[in-house]
Design a protein around this ligand. Structure first.
Ligand code: GDP
Length: 443
């Protein structure tokens, strides 16, 4: 799971701080020592960690914070703010040219996920109503052209190729001309990668850049490679002047270092995060939401956006209200489960819920397809009244449901318990959201 060990270490640290009635300067210092170690372990570069800790400490040992009624909360808020700032503060949008087509140059080392991400970005743009063209300018890896063609077919986007013999600069130029002729809005140029940064590659990329004057030069880097990813980003930025970075494989068990350091080290914003191999597994990168995920505070906004993409917007808004007021029923639960199945791996979605790491009941909710079917069967065996009002579920009703769904009483009990945990969780979240609104504090 994303940042799993970093998140649990930070939560431990803050748990200790919360446990103290009065927080002293020494407590804050001790907590900062632990945060420092956690960040270093997550493969964040030393300079970045030092700066970060210094900034947090300076703000956190202030009289106002320590004397406040909720010093631990204040310290966590400061850490949240500074993590957000570290990752760039505001979300950086994709730039579009004032007159189409917008040209986007996709660069990166081999295996980083460049070709896949080119397809994902095209899909993302299609969803915004744009008509993208994919241009295959990686002529060194024959499979790359084919790979792009397959991706193009999957999303019904045109792919421009000139075969392996052509010069990448000519392909890029001809691709842009082709897009103009066909009135396509965005040209995504998939360039060649190498195993390591080398002069020849940089030269070629610089020539393509000069020939097509892209609005965006996006570097695709593999988040799993940690500090290497950061070094690669620095080199590419120095040579090409990147406009943004896309971090891939954030769905893997990356320790998080790259996500936390890239912006600070290169000054280049992270624009998107790749969260899986599927074509819709690309998310705009929001530093504040990422900070919340790292601190185990969940990322309900992204979750809701995903739900909106999966179900229609009106229903999603209604669901959001129900969730926050904890009024949702087993019918809603079932509907959500079905929508969730279209949204991506459950574990990843659950990680976006606040307090996921700490809730025992929720941990068991690691549902696989078979379990999903079982849950569906159980809910469908309930009467409409039971679904709407789970509180009436007594042992005899539960036994009937178990028999009707071909499951056991234990299965039914487990589901009801999980459902109740979830309601409780959302009730808490609803309260938190209200308080946060009042204080304008963190989410
Ligand atoms: P390229 O050499 O940079 O063009 O890399 P590819 O696009 O061929 O991707 C290399 C591998 O990484 C493929 O197996 C992709 O499916 C995988 N990949 C790309 N992005 C992601 C991601 O965000 N998450 C995961 N889990 N895998 C990814």
């Amino acid at each position: 799971m994303l940042f799993e060990s970093l998140t649990s270490r930070l939560q431990e640290t803050f748990q200790k701080l919360r446990g103290k009635g009065k927080v002293t300067e020494a407590d804050v210092k001790e907590a900062m020592r632990e945060v420092r170690l956690a960040l270093l372990e997550a493969d964040v570069s030393l300079d970045v960690v030092k700066d970060f800790i210094a900034r947090v400490r300076e703000r956190a040992v202030g009289q106002e914070v320590l004397k406040s009624l909720t010093p631990a909360q204040q310290v966590i808020k400061i850490v949240h703010d500074e993590l957000t700032a570290l990752m760039g503060g505001q979300a950086a949008k994709l730039e579009l040219a004032p007159t189409p087509p917008t040209v986007i140059l996709m660069v990166g080392l081999q295996g980083a996920g460049k070709t896949t991400t080119t397809g994902k970005l095209a899909r993302y743009l299609q969803k915004q109503g744009k008509k993208p063209l994919l241009v295959a300018a990686d002529v060194y890896r024959p499979a790359a052209i084919r790979q792009l063609q397959v991706l193009g077919e999957q999303i019904a986007a045109p792919v421009f190729t000139m075969g392996e013999g052509a010069d990448p600069v000519d392909i890029a130029k001809a691709g842009v001309e082709h897009a103009k002729g066909e009135r396509l809005d965005v040209v995504l140029i998939d360039t060649a990668g190498r195993l390591h940064v080398n002069e020849e590659l940089m030269d070629e990329l610089a020539r393509i850049r000069d020939a097509v004057q892209p609005t965006e030069i996006l570097l695709v880097v593999d988040a799993m490679t940690g500090q290497d990813a950061v070094n690669v980003a620095r080199t590419f930025h120095e040579r090409l002047g990147l406009t943004g970075v896309i971090l891939t494989k954030l769905d893997g068990d990356t320790r998080g270092g790259a996500a936390l350091s890239v912006r600070a080290v290169t000054g280049c914003p992270i624009k998107f995060a790749g969260m899986g191999e599927k074509l819709d597994a690309l998310e705009p990168f929001h530093p504040d939401r990422m900070a919340s995920r790292i601190l185990g505070m969940g990322d309900v906004l992204t979750l809701i956006e995903k739900a909106q993409a999966a179900v229609d917007a009106e229903k999603a808004a209604e669901m959001q209200q129900k969730l926050i007021r904890a009024e949702f029923t087993f019918d809603d639960f079932l509907e959500q489960l079905r929508a969730v199945r279209q949204m991506g791996p459950l574990e990843e979605l659950l990680a976006m819920l606040p307090g996921m790491g700490q809730l025992k009941g929720m941990k068991d909710l690691k549902v696989d397809e078979k379990q999903l079917k079982r849950i569906e069967a159980i809910i469908l065996s309930m009467t409409p009244e039971e679904r709407a009002n789970p509180d009436i579920l007594n042992p005899s009703r539960k036994r009937r449901i178990a028999a009707g769904s071909g499951t056991s009483l234990q299965d039914v009990n487990r589901l009801v318990k999980q459902f109740e945990e979830m309601r409780k969780l959302f009730k808490q979240f609803g309260k938190m959201a209200k308080q946060a609104k009042k204080r304008r504090g963190f989410r």
